[in-house]
Design a protein around this ligand. Structure first.
Ligand code: NAI
Length: 344
């Protein structure tokens, strides 16, 4: 089992060095305190070369089993395709490592339950799923405000994850392993809704969608714009929108509506606090992608993982939350395909 003392830096290995994995790796190597990024694993030679040459990592693996057997690693950060998350998390826990795994935990409930069962048998190890918005300063402030009763009883969350259109269609190539637009994008909004609403039980979901720009998604049963409604026990509701085709930039925004007020986070996707007023009108620059929007949150998330592994700070985000997000995301995805409301 991982033996991490508060005095020694956590020795981390990262698996997956793609679009997000490289960003996590750079943050762990250069900007995260109390840890050392000592190992990396990728089946792709150029990604291992990046880890060796750009990050100075000496322990490079092309094989995941050999990677998690490395006794010099205390904790692993998994930024691999979603379809691999459950089995890799289980293998890493069984190898005695703390685990951070990117969202979503898995693409079916049985896989989530398998992870939960293994994690229960390894209570001294941290197992954390990357719901990064829980570490974003604005979302944290909003949630604290809701929890303090400042908007009365929250009953409606209206939340969207909208990416700028990528004409090269990275997400089309990503579609076979992502679980579709709701499991990939809306899973963040689902987790947010549960967090803001106090974790109510989800009852039923309805979804529809349309394909505005990327017909190749049809082969995977996916759409590039998706809409969903989730009904919770007690009357609370969530209304979700996910898009791959925004013209202006990345716009993640959320409204939490309560009996005594409303909170709005991330409106208009402003990159900074500069507003230009001239003969063209009044405007501001826009965030271009999820990483630009959430870079601070990703850093805080990794710091929280390291602190949890070092026994300094417990996590409020649980694997049970990740399971519920998958359960709701799956009901939404079933509804997209059936055209009917689906039980969660
Ligand atoms: P990607 O396809 O760019 O990267 C996947 C990486 O995994 C590649 O480096 C690939 O070589 C590597 N890989 C594949 N099989 C492997 C194996 N058996 N062992 C080790 N490495 C392996 O995908 P991307 O966009 O980086 O996404 C990765 C994960 O991160 C996904 O689960 C995705 O849902 C999640 N993600 C989370 C975001 C967030 O906001 N929290 C944003 C973007 C992605």
């Amino acid at each position: 089992m991982a033996t991490t003392s508060v005095s020694s830096p956590l020795r981390i290995g990262i698996a997956g060095l793609g679009r997000l994995g490289q960003r996590h790796a750079e943050a762990l190597a250069f900007r995260t305190r109390h840890c050392n990024l000592v190992a990396a694993c990728s089946p792709v030679a150029s990604e291992r070369a990046f880890a060796g040459e750009q990050l100075g990592i000496g322990r490079l693996y092309d094989d995941f089993d050999a990677f998690i057997a490395d006794p010099e690693i205390d904790a692993v950060v998994l930024v691999t395709p979603t379809s691999l998350h459950a089995n890799q998390t289980i293998a890493a826990l069984e190898a005695g490592k703390h685990v951070f795994v990117e969202k979503p935990l898995a693409l079916n409930v049985a896989d989530c339950e398998r992870v939960l069962a293994v994690a229960e048998r390894h209570p001294a190890q941290v197992a954390m799923v990357g719901f990064v918005r829980r570490f974003d300063p604005s979302y944290m402030a909003a949630q604290a405000s809701v929890a303090a009763g400042e908007i009365g009883q929250p009953f409606l969350v209206r939340s969207q994850t909208c990416d700028q259109n990528d004409p090269e269609g990275f997400f089309v190539r990503f579609a076979p392993t992502s679980g579709g637009i709701f499991m990939d994008c809306s899973v963040h909004d689902i987790d947010l809704a549960r967090w803001m609403l106090g974790r109510p039980k989800a009852l039923r979901a309805f979804a529809t969608g349309t394909t505005a720009l990327h017909p190749a998604l049809a082969e995977f049963g996916d759409v590039d714009n998706g809409l969903a409604i989730v009904e919770f026990e007690g009357g609370a509701r969530a209304v979700l929108y996910a898009s791959r085709t925004m013209a202006h930039g990345h716009e993640t925004s959320t409204e939490v509506i309560g009996t005594a007020g409303k909170l709005t986070v991330g409106e208009h996707a402003a990159r900074d606090r500069v507003v230009r007023s001239d003969s063209h009108g009044v405007r501001h620059a826009v965030v271009k992608d999820f990483y630009e929007r959430f870079e601070t949150a990703f850093a805080t998330e990794m710091a929280a993982f390291v602190a949890a592994c070092r026994g300094e700070q417990p996590l409020s985000l649980t694997l049970a939350d990740a399971l519920e997000a998958t359960r709701i995301g799956l009901a939404i995805t079933r509804s997209l395909h059936s055209g009917q409301a689906e039980p969660v």
